[in-house]
Design a protein around this ligand. Structure first.
Ligand code: TPP
Length: 557
């Protein structure tokens, strides 16, 4: 039973905000409205311990909370009005769910008398709680102010324990404004990590010891386990690859850290794959199968070992050895079990080196995106954050932008949420004001969140956005041209003057036309540490497709 810290008369809004502060929340993103005034009033009065960043669209508030969570591993929090306000955030919630990120949505409801009545109370939707619960890890309604500390703590526990994920709390409009005696609580306790099965650990260790060419595939669930994964990889002399979420767990400038392109090359010879905190989308939904056919129980070779904290994962893609464990615990236990018991075959590291060099050379073909990425990598310090997008440079970055530190490659994961990048990058910068942050984005995706240029300027969130303008939804246009005989409906744009638009919002605007031109402009913008937008003019008819190195069609083109 938790002991109360302080009991006094307060509104539910204050009880919620005080509980967030107790849980170490230092930033809330959002837009106030009639039903959430008590929350925002409490935020106003708690300004010295919690910062509120007001956004220009609800979807951006949720993406910023996502970016905050992704870049720190800590809870990202946003608050919006119910109904349309919450619905505006569902793409970001789905992204947080897909990418297993701890995000908390704090929202409201119609007045209690109107719950479920369908009378048309302001912002009413048929069943908000059930709608949210179907999308995220947990959604709950708080009925009384006095219950708020315990229920908010529970939401924090659910969001951050085990496999992290998004959660929401809501309160009816009138309940949220009610004051009563509330006992505040200490922060939520997280769930303990699962105990590792000794029998499965032995099986996994024996398999790794017998392996000729083991490989590790890291996911976003391994971001906190970088030291343990590297130590295990070094013992095994095994390459560590990742596609999006697990990038940077082992640096790609380490001899064992490899891109997914080099990883695919090595996969073809791999006899034991060790997945750590990953769904393993690439090997088992792309590399080894037709992408429309599900493979839920892969055959050996390679034998598959999975380390995952979510036991459900072991049913979705059934490994030969399931280790239900936190990634760091699992990797450390495996290291303990294999240490000194295996001699890596001669030439293991040379073989990896060869693949890395081969992949680097192949990626150069993806012009001009690889060349722009080289400039960004060159200018951005190793601990600078790079936020990808669903654009040609973003797809290229999946395999051709070396990631050197954990968490610094911010991806939307399998959800593929066009437009997530720019608002997400503002959340990354809010979380890491002292680190450089680059958002790369296409002109299509950028216009999904363009209004947040004003937020960047207002709060001086010094993200440098590199906007690749090819005047089209390039990815879609290319597909339609190829598969629908050149019929490219609804893909071409009449764009605004982007640098002028940025300037009008108070953000420095630039335009460049080559990688060489980008370099000094990007370096100067990062040095300034103020919001900036650099438009890169791209010729849509000459850009090369990154997809051959994601779907690995490279042999037949
Ligand atoms: C929310 C969402 N809507 C639509 C899509 C489909 N989609 C994927 S890429 C793309 C085009 C992206 O265009 P742009 O941002 O201009 O980048 P480009 O491909 O031109 O580099 C679209 C429409 C998506 N992935 N997500």
């Amino acid at each position: 039973m938790l002991k109360n810290l302080e009991t006094r008369l307060m509104s539910a809004g204050e009880a919620i905000v005080r509980t967030l502060v107790a849980n170490g929340v230092d930033t809330v993103f959002g837009i106030p409205g009639a039903q959430t005034y008590p929350i925002f009033d409490a935020l106003d009065r708690a300004k010295s311990s919690i910062r509120t960043i007001g956004t220009r669209h609800e979807q951006a508030a949720a993406y910023m909370a996502f970016g905050y969570a992704k870049a720190t591993g800590r809870l990202g929090v946003y608050s919006v009005v119910p109904g349309p306000g919450v619905l505006n955030t569902t793409a970001a919630l789905s992204t947080a769910w897909g990418a297993s990120q701890p995000v908390l949505c704090v929202t409201s409801q119609v007045p209690r008398d109107y719950l479920g009545k369908g009378r048309g109370a302001l912002h009413e939707i048929p069943d908000q709680l059930a709608t949210l619960d179907s999308l995220i890890k947990w959604a709950v309604r708080i009925d009384n102010p006095a219950d708020a500390p315990e229920i908010v703590n529970e939401a924090v526990r659910v969001a951050t324990s085990g496999r992290p994920g998004p959660v929401s709390v809501e309160m009816c409009w009138d309940d949220l404004a009610t004051s009563e005696m509330v006992g505040l609580l200490p922060p939520a306790d997280l769930d303990p990590h699962p105990e590792i099965s000794k029998a499965e650990l032995k099986k996994a260790a024996d398999m790794l010891i017998a392996a000729e060419r083991p490989m590790i595939f890291a996911g976003s669930g391994a971001q906190h386990a970088a030291n343990e994964v590297l130590a295990l990889a070094e013992e095994l002399k095994a390459p560590v690859t990742a596609f999006r979420g697990g990038r940077g767990v082992v640096s790609e400038d380490h001899e064992l850290g490899v891109s997914s392109l080099a990883g695919h090359d090595l996969w073809r010879e791999c006899d034991v794959l060790l997945g750590i905190g990953s769904r393993l989308e690439m090997p088992y939904m792309r590399w080894s199968v037709d992408m429309f056919k599900e493979q839920s129980q892969p055959l050996a070779p390679p034998h598959l070992i999975r380390v995952d904290i979510d036991p459900k994962e072991m049913e979705r893609l059934v490994p030969h050895v399931p280790l239900v464990a936190d990634s760091a615990d699992g990797a450390a236990a495996l290291l303990g079990a294999v240490k000194g018991r295996r001699t890596p075959p001669d030439g293991a590291v040379e073989r990896i080196k060869k693949s890395k060099a081969w992949a680097e050379e192949k990626a150069d073909w993806v012009k001009p995106h690889k060349q722009y990425l080289d400039v960004i990598r060159d200018v951005l310090p190793r601990d600078g954050f790079f936020v990808e997008e669903l654009c040609q440079t973003g797809f290229t970055s999946n395999f051709a932008y070396p990631v050197l530190e954990p968490r610094t490659y911010v991806s939307c994961g399998f959800q593929g949420t066009l437009g997530f990048g720019f608002p997400t990058s503002l959340g990354v910068k809010a979380a890491h004001p002292d680190k450089p942050v680059v958002s790369i984005i296409g002109d299509g995706g950028f216009m999904f969140g363009v209004q947040e240029l004003s937020t960047a300027a207002q709060y001086n969130l010094g993200v440098v956005t590199v906007l690749f303008n090819n005047s089209t939804f390039g990815n879609v246009r290319r597909d339609l041209r190829k598969f629908y005989k050149g019929r490219t409906i609804a893909t071409e744009f009449r764009n605004p003057d982007f640098p002028a638009l940025a300037e009008s919002c108070g953000v420095a605007g630039h335009r460049v036309t080559s990688p060489d031109e980008l370099k000094p402009v990007l370096a100067a913008a990062l040095e300034k540490d103020e919001p900036a937008l650099i438009e890169v003019i791209i010729d849509k008819n000459t850009e090369r497709s990154p997809w051959r190195y994601i779907l690995m069609f490279y042999d037949d083109v």
